[in-house]
Design a protein around this ligand. Structure first.
Ligand SMILES: Cc1cc2nc3c(=O)[nH]c(=O)nc-3n(C[C@H](O)[C@H](O)[C@H](O)COP(=O)(O)OP(=O)(O)OC[C@H]3O[C@@H](n4cnc5c(N)ncnc54)[C@H](O)[C@@H]3O)c2cc1C
Length: 383
């Protein structure tokens, strides 16, 4: 893997310094975990430093950075706190359909808002009965005059309560399966739109997750991002493109668990010596390093595939599946290395373990990643 460019080193250092000074040293990560408070001040500071919305093009006021640059920054932010990292990435996730589809007006209007002023967006695809099975979603739209009318309930929506707008997937009344799904931008302040039921989660508690409800919401034609034949494909293309970011988050939490574990293992003594000298402990530490290097390389491989325009579904899926599973294993081992103390809130490793679990669930579970990879293999074999 090539050395980082001067600019990549600069943004990585900026993010790393911010995370150390503003999140880790004041133990803000653990405080936010206990309070479940949304980290508005941190998010605003990240926006002011230019560390949010990184891949937005320069003509929309964005930084115009590459996916490679983006995952480097995400690794640093997620080293500090996966919950903060998730809410940061949620903005970019909501932006992707607008960047991938052809509605230039909506792209300029809504992404321009996020670069002109600090704000939030949310990607609203999942529903109470449609998570992995996106084609089963039931939020409906009908056409009435020159408007669309939207009705339904989305669930598990990151940034539900803070978003200024939602990118919503809904099906044409009467349609079934993949066909008939369209994509809209819906503003949070419009009549008939409300969020409710913030979810109390196992981890990543400072990232807020909730339902978004649409009741007879009128959506102007200009806010149709993808028509009924294209919405499902757009959702899948969005996930292909966003999974390297989740892999960047996984690399971040793995590195944090490794660092916390090495430090503790050098201090904690049993049987007259630091536990790092016990081979079964040092073996766990070595496995953490293997997991870190491998997950980072897979993540960068997928990000580079994005940047050179050679992305296959399996790139992001391999990186996310490996990273998510490795993060769960490594953070669980970190708790093990801390022994009884690892099972308490005195140390951060129990939080890392709870936070990491979500990496195996959102943006496609680890099982769904394997389906994506196997289908890609089949497609390649048939070519
Ligand atoms: C904290 C959090 C934040 C989220 N943020 C967002 C967001 O911002 N926007 C959004 O749209 N969604 C979001 N999600 C939703 C998330 O993407 C879904 O939860 C996820 O895709 C799984 O869907 P499900 O929960 O309905 O599980 P199900 O689809 O019901 O799956 C249950 C289990 O069955 C397995 N399974 C299902 N189908 C198959 C299959 N064909 N083969 C093998 N195994 C299978 C799954 O792997 C899983 O283990 C979020 C979820 C959480 C928990």
């Amino acid at each position: 893997m090539a050395a980082l460019t001067e600019h990549q080193q600069m943004i990585t250092d900026t993010a790393r310094r911010f995370v150390r000074e503003q999140i880790i040293e004041p133990r803000l990560d653990q405080a936010l975990d206990r309070s479940s408070e949304f980290p508005h001040a941190v998010m605003r500071a990240l926006w002011e430093l230019g560390l949010m919305n990184l891949e937005f093009p320069e003509n929309l006021g964005g930084a115009g950075l590459s996916c490679h640059d983006h995952v480097l920054v995400l690794e640093e932010i997620n080293y500090g706190c996966l919950g903060i990292g998730t809410s940061v990435a949620a903005n970019s996730l909501a932006a992707l359909p607008l960047l991938l589809a052809d509605n230039i007006g909506a792209r300029k209007e809504y992404l321009g808002r996020l670069t002109a002023a600090h704000g939030y967006a949310a990607f609203a695809c999942s529903e109470p009965d449609a998570g992995s099975d996106v084609a089963n979603l039931s939020t409906k739209f009908t056409k009435r005059g020159d408007k669309f009318v939207l009705n339904g309930r989305k669930r598990w929506i990151t940034n539900a309560d803070v978003a200024d707008f939602y990118v919503v997937f809904a099906r044409e009344q009467g349609s079934k399966g993949h066909g008939g799904i369209a994509t809209f931008v819906v503003e949070a302040g419009w009549p008939g739109v409300r969020w409710e039921s913030l979810i109390h989660k196992l981890g990543q508690r400072c990232s807020h997750t909730g339902d978004v409800v649409f009741e007879d919401v009128e959506v102007p034609m200009a806010n149709l991002v993808a028509g009924p034949a294209h919405g499902f494909k757009l959702a899948m293309a969005t996930f292909d493109r966003s999974r390297p970011w989740i892999a960047g988050g996984a690399a971040g939490v793995i590195r944090r668990a490794r660092d916390e574990s090495v430090r503790y293992a050098m201090q904690r003594r049993t049987f007259g010596e630091p536990i790092i000298n016990h081979q079964m402990v040092s073996s766990m530490l070595a496995d953490m390093e293997i997991a870190y290097q491998a997950s980072r390389l897979l993540c960068l491989h997928a990000a580079n595939a994005v940047d050179v325009g050679n992305l296959r579904g399996s790139h992001g899926a391999c990186a996310k599946a490996f990273g998510g599973d490795a993060a769960m294993r490594v953070t669980t081992d970190a708790v093990q290395i801390f022994g009884g103390y690892g099972y308490t809130q005195e140390f951060v490793v129990e939080k890392l373990m709870r936070d990491a679990k979500l990496l195996q669930i959102y943006e496609g579970t680890s099982q769904i990643q394997r389906l994506v990879i196997a289908r890609d293999l089949m497609r390649q074999a048939l070519q």
